[in-house]
Each structure stands twice: as structure tokens, then as C-alpha cells.
Design a protein around this ligand. Structure first.
Ligand code: 13P
Length: 254
């Protein structure tokens, strides 16, 4: 069974009640009926989840959050638990994004706990991995990816858990310079082999997304790469026309 493809918009720290509405209405106006092989999801900041959940009703677009606590409940001021995200309609939650690794100091151990917390709440974690420019230049890419994978997979049960992986080379995020199709093919092939080694069926059904300056202009060439099962889109997901062009590119690829 081939993995389902997903086009997921990570809105990051952006949006407002009015701009969210305009964006979702813009996407819905341009979107053909969703193909069952290619899903779409949007990930606004926490306060807008209920609003956006209402706006996407009946469209087939799914809702995701950008973060969750590793804790289920308790005296953790400012945290948000997976069950709460689930209750307001989230299907996905992004975990391990490089911006949280960099700015919030999240390490592999915490990301693994958050991944487990998401799964235990009935959410699908979108687990982000990727190397820095320095790590790539010094030939450490595979070691870094393996370290990030092993931490998370220590707490994942490949026989039953459902996850999405996102390869997001840090140097490609928000820079306008995406990884080349050759680099993406190499990494995605490596990730697929890792997943298949855990469990053949798990490896085949787990979507592997690419993220990092994916946009309307490069979506078709990235979508055509073997083992690319979609995209995790930052800035281009805030433009309805471009986000739908990316969706169409994924739909058109085999
Ligand atoms: P950009 O598409 O803006 O490069 O961001 C990618 C990303 O970080 C998605 O999570």
C-alpha cells in the first residue's frame, strides 16, 4: 500500500481572525474536490484552531497544531495538551520543528516524549528532521538524521502507530533555496529504508514529506521525486493560490 500524500500548511506565528478567513475562503474557492490519495491540512496557532476548524468544515481539509506539551495535564502554565488539541478538532500536530529545536531549545529526548504524547492523544505527529548547512557541508547529514530518528523511534510502535515524517533541511527553511531533487531523493530514500527496516508495512504506509522553501514554482519537480509523499509548507501556505498549486502538483505526480 502506497503512503497517502499530504500537503500541510505550517502557518507559524502568523494569522488573524480576518486573514485566516480570507485564506481558507481563498483555498476553498480554488480547490477542486480533494483527491482521496492526497490530503490537505492547515496548522494555525492555538487560539485560531476552533475558528479555522469551522472554516474548513465540509471541505475535507484537516486541522493540525504546531506544538503540544509532553505532559497530559497538571501545573504546567502556558502548555497545551494533545487531548485538548484533539478535542478542538486537530488531526495532526507538528513535532520537532527546527524553529523549536533552535529557539525553544527542544532536544531529541523532549521531541520523542512529545511524539509519544501526541500518539497517546490520538493525534498524528508530523515529526520534523533535518540537518544544518554546516552539518551537510561536513558530511554529517546521515548521522544527524539517524540520531533524530532513533530518539523518536525509541518511543514509537511501528506495528500500530501512525506518524508522518517531514524532512526539513534547516538551511532550506524560509531561505527561498530548497534542497535539490537529488538531495531530496537521497534523504527520502534513506528515511524510507529506515522505516521499512522497522516494519515493512509501516515503512510503506508512512508519508514522508519535504519541507523548506517549497513553493508553486518548484512543487512539480519536488513532487516528482521518488519517496516524496507531500510537502510541509511554510510561507507559500499563506497564499491561497500558491498553496493550491502545490496541492495540484502533488496530485499530478504519480
Ligand atoms: P518555508 O516553506 O517558509 O521555507 O518553511 C518551511 C517550514 O518550516 C515548514 O514547516
Amino acid at each position: 500500500m502506497a503512503a497517502k500524500k499530504w500537503v500541510i500548511g505550517n502557518w507559524k506565528l502568523q494569522g488573524s481572525l480576518s486573514s485566516n478567513q480570507a485564506l481558507i475562503e481563498g483555498i476553498r474557492a480554488r480547490l477542486p474536490a480533494l483527491d482521496e490519495r492526497v490530503g490537505m491540512a492547515v496548522c494555525p496557532v492555538f487560539p485560531y484552531l476552533p475558528q479555522v476548524g469551522g472554516l474548513i468544515q465540509g471541505s475535507g481539509i484537516e486541522l493540525g497544531a504546531q506544538n503540544l506539551s509532553e505532559q497530559a495535564k497538571g501545573a504546567y502554565t502556558g502548555e497545551v495538551a494533545g487531548a485538548m488539541l484533539k478535542e478542538v478538532g486537530a488531526k495532526f500536530v507538528i513535532v520537532g520543528h527546527s524553529e523549536r529545536r533552535s529557539y525553544q531549545g527542544e532536544d531529541d529526548a523532549l521531541i520523542a516524549k512529545k511524539t509519544r504524547a501526541a500518539l497517546d492523544s490520538g493525534l498524528i505527529p508530523v515529526v520534523c528532521l533535518g540537518e544544518t548547512k554546516e552539518e551537510r557541508d561536513s558530511g554529517e547529514t546521515w548521522d544527524i538524521l539517524l540520531r533524530q530518528l532513533n530518539a523518536v523511534f525509541d518511543l514509537i510502535d511501528a506495528a500500530k502507530d501512525e506518524v508522518v515524517l517531514a524532512y526539513e533541511p534547516r538551511w532550506a527553511i524560509g531561505t527561498g533555496v530548497s534542497a535539490t531533487p537529488e538531495m531530496i531523493a537521497d534523504v527520502h530514500g534513506f528515511l524510507r529504508a529506515y522505516l521499512v527496516a522497522k516494519d515493512a508495512a509501516f515503512g510503506a504506509r508512512t508519508p514522508i514529506l519535504y519541507g523548506g522553501s517549497m513553493n508553486g514554482a518548484n512543487a512539480a519537480s519536488i513532487a516528482a521525486v521518488k519517496d516524496v509523499d507531500g510537502g510541509l509548507i511554510g510561507s507559500a501556505s499563506l497564499k491561497a493560490d500558491e498553496f493550491v498549486v502545490i496541492y495540484e502538483a502533488l496530485r499530478a505526480a504519480d
